[in-house]
Design a protein around this ligand. Sequence first.
Ligand SMILES: O=C(O)CCC(=O)C(=O)O
Ligand SMILES: [Fe+2]
Length: 407
Amino acid sequence: MFLLPRPIQAAISTVPAIRRHIFPVFFSTANMNCGSDEVVHGVSAANNSALGTKTSNSKVEAEQTLNSVSIPKRGYSSSNRRRLKVDLRLNSRMEDSAAGSEDCGSSSLPTQFGKKKKKKRLPAPARVKRSKSSERFPKSLVNANDCLLDLEPFDICQLEETRSDSLQCPDNVERLTETPSTELLRPGMVLLKHYITHDSQVEIVKTCRELGLGRGGFYRPGFQDGAKLRLYMMCLGLNWDPETRGYNKRRPIDNVEALHIPDVFKVLVGKAIEDAHEVIRTDGNQSNVEDLLPGMTPDICIVNFYAANGRLGLHQDRDESRESIDRGLPVVSISIGDSAEFLYGDTRNVNEAKRVMLESGDVLIFGGKSRHVFHGVASIIPDSAPTTLVKETGLRQGRLNLTFRQY
Ligand SMILES: O=C(O)CCC(=O)C(=O)O
Ligand SMILES: [Fe+2]
């Protein structure tokens, strides 16, 4: 794959006809289910990494447009054999973060992710402070290629406006009593339902918000052809670059170094893997759990925020080191906020994929034989987030997802 200088790529990407001609592979419609022109996920490039160079044979992921299916808001069940709930007690949440001691910016924020108008949400707690955006996140930056970038921090919470209807939400009480359960979805793939306590979810939202408003925070990433992912992203530990599909210390868009992963997040990941082992031991009737789902110490956390129309096409996570992937070191994925219709399977074909609803507080782990599983987010279920979570954090309509990996 040849690489053009970024300004030329940008110019090309604005002209669809040229774009299709030069990058036809990105516009393959193999396995597509409908004719949307928007690339959801996929790029082809050599992998350049600050931590080592690697190449991958099949780097092309075809444009994916996922079938929308009607799903009951709370219609998925899982086995109830085990009850697990984890409370983070994130007291030292910002100590580990490069942006920790700074206040949040107050610049005008992008409020629309698609065409739909979002509902207003309740104010966040008073202790989330805001200050001049220029202190934390300059609006305009000049990158290495002398391109002027307009970077605005994306705020995952909506603070100013109140959402009166939230207070009367009828399923509020029910959501507070969700019971944890577990499910072995396939070898090496475990779902811990309602695993993260309400208080810990609140702390995770606040932490991600504060980090996300600072330098290195949330932005809307794009592929090499100019198409944008349908989500906002912030990388902790190492930056993942959708253009090259490589990991680097700094992100090319503004040369800002990836923020640290808070220690409490790492503790949570370790605990989740231990509990997943227990599920494999008991439900899977296996004793060699470490072989089936190896442990890992995360040094990467990709934080995605999906608005109501956000989604992610079927893909494999294979940009980590060869050793990490070969050993089957798991990806640990935490869902918070609105539920997501999550797809997974052995091929990129949406029609063959299995579907599971990921709700707020759920943790999904896939490693071992499932490390290469194709997965994606077909849709976000609007207003399915726990009301109390929205009330306490001001979390926007949408879904926060954190995926932890070891490079
Ligand atoms: O949002 C999700 O549940 C999946 C995210 C994901 O697959 C990724 O970031 O690679
Ligand atoms: Fe993924």
